[in-house]
Design a protein around this ligand. Structure first.
Ligand SMILES: [Zn+2]
Length: 439
């Protein structure tokens, strides 16, 4: 054994340590680092074992001997997108069922996200225990060849209220039940605790009572966990913010946010975790053939079956026949308006879509969400920072979010400059996770 160790050490020395950590040098690109700094031309980056060792002007590059050089041909590099609100594993094509929650389907979703430049996704409360195994495998190496997954495990719904969610089977009715479930979630080391507080525009007769929501939030905090709430109404948002919730998983959609909510969110440090504008759009966009149904950038991420369905007049009619159909566009407009108000007011906001359920397509919808956020009045740079640095900040993931030394080299190589036009985030030439090309 001793002999083996000595030989191994000699071998490692011989290769200058590169046996353990391959070194890559990316050259000749314009850097958008995710911090909010403007694009910097003629940059270079040294990536050692998947982490950024150095990044700066090409003129100051000291190329390590034996490193692999990758010439990016003057293209644009930005950090990988962090989606703070997704759902993995439960959907195939346009059908959702907890029985689809297999390793194969989860990994297929995570690879699709990665293909579109989404290198991290938070799965928000519809996961079975298999997710913890996949998450631990990823975190073991830190270098998955698919999007990194964070998870809220199985979230909280109140008995008899908002439901029908694949993977959510254990509604609670009492504080004692909340406490017992929180103990399980703490043992599973969930990244967030999720609760649903909604009646889907009064279509459910009961809604989670505030004392139960408060018990979940406060109980999560006592266990060192952070809590996030699905809300719809301004009044519900006010209640959970006052109770100390860490994130709002959707925007307020019934009325304009008011100064009292803004003040309370700032006082409590509450984030608008995800504005989910593309989710709201998905409620009405399929009433006729959506503009993207024929776009190769969309169709490459879905099955032919999905494309055929979206083009089918019978499917489109079924969308129009939804009794709530007329209400969805104003809800979408309200979500946009409230995003702009909250951002202008200085409330922390991240980036998230609610992709995964039928009709909300992983990867493509994150790209679309960025465009919708610009339509809502944010600048492309504000959107890029929300989808990168701010996402990591919300997750307290210090290895992610920006392209700075010590972080994982999770990044997207683009043909064109996304700061000039946010739609240019679609000009993906390559995606890297921890320095490995994944698409
Ligand atoms: Zn969701």
């Amino acid at each position: 054994m001793l002999g083996f160790c000595r030989d191994f050490a000699t071998l490692a020395l011989f290769f200058g340590g590169s046996l353990f950590a391959e070194v890559k040098v990316f050259e000749n690109f314009t850097l958008i680092d995710g911090t909010g700094r403007g694009p910097a031309a003629r940059q270079a980056m040294i990536v050692d074992g998947g982490r950024i060792g150095w990044v700066g002007p090409e003129s100051r590059l000291k190329k390590p001997a034996g490193a692999e050089s990758i010439d990016l041909g003057g293209k644009f590099v930005m950090p990988g997108i962090i989606n703070l609100h997704g759902h993995v594993g439960n959907t195939i094509d346009l059908t959702q069922d907890a029985k689809y929650f297999t390793r194969e389907n989860i990994e297929k979703n995570l690879k699709t996200y990665a293909m579109y430049g989404v290198t991290t996704v938070v799965s928000m409360g519809t996961d079975q225990n298999l997710i913890f195994k996949i998450r631990e495998e990823q975190r073991g190496t830190g270098r998955p060849l698919m999007a990194r997954v964070y998870t809220a495990g199985e979230g909280f719904v109140y008995k008899g209220s908002y439901g029908g969610l694949a993977g959510v089977n254990r509604p609670v009715a009492t504080v004692a039940e909340v406490e017992a479930r929180l103990d399980e979630l703490a043992a599973e080391k969930v990244d967030l605790v999720k609760l649903w507080l909604d009646d889907h525009m009064s279509t459910f007769k009961t809604k989670m009572p505030y004392n139960i929501a408060r018990a979940i939030i406060e109980g999560a905090h006592r266990r060192g966990l952070r809590a996030t709430a699905h809300i719809f109404y301004l009044e519900d948002a006010r209640q959970v913010v006052e109770a100390g919730v860490n994130g709002l998983a959707h925007n307020i959609r019934d009325k304009p946010v008011d100064q009292a909510l803004i003040d309370s969110m700032k006082k409590h440090g509450t984030w608008l975790q995800a504005a989910t504008l593309s989710r709201e759009a998905s409620q009405f966009i399929y009433a006729s053939q959506p503009p993207f149904a024929a776009a190769p950038f969309f169709t490459r991420g879905v099955s032919q079956n999905v494309v055929n369905t979206l083009r089918d007049p019978k499917y489109q009619k079924s969308i129009r026949d939804d009794p709530e159909f007329e209400r969805y566009r104003p809800i979408f407009e309200m979500a946009k308006r409230n995003l702009k108000t909250l951002a202008d007011a200085g409330v922390h906001y991240g980036f998230g879509t609610d992709t995964g359920p039928p009709g909300r397509f992983p990867g493509y919808f994150e790209q679309w969400e960025m465009q919708l956020m610009v339509e809502a009045g944010l600048t492309p740079m504000q959107v890029i920072v929300a989808a990168t640095r701010s996402g990591a900040e919300f997750l307290q993931a210090k290895d992610l979010g920006t392209l700075e030394p010590s972080k994982w080299a999770d990044m997207i190589v683009l043909e064109r400059n996304p700061v000039e036009n946010i739609k240019n985030t679609e000009t993906i030439q390559a995606v890297y996770i921890a320095g490995n090309r994944v698409n």
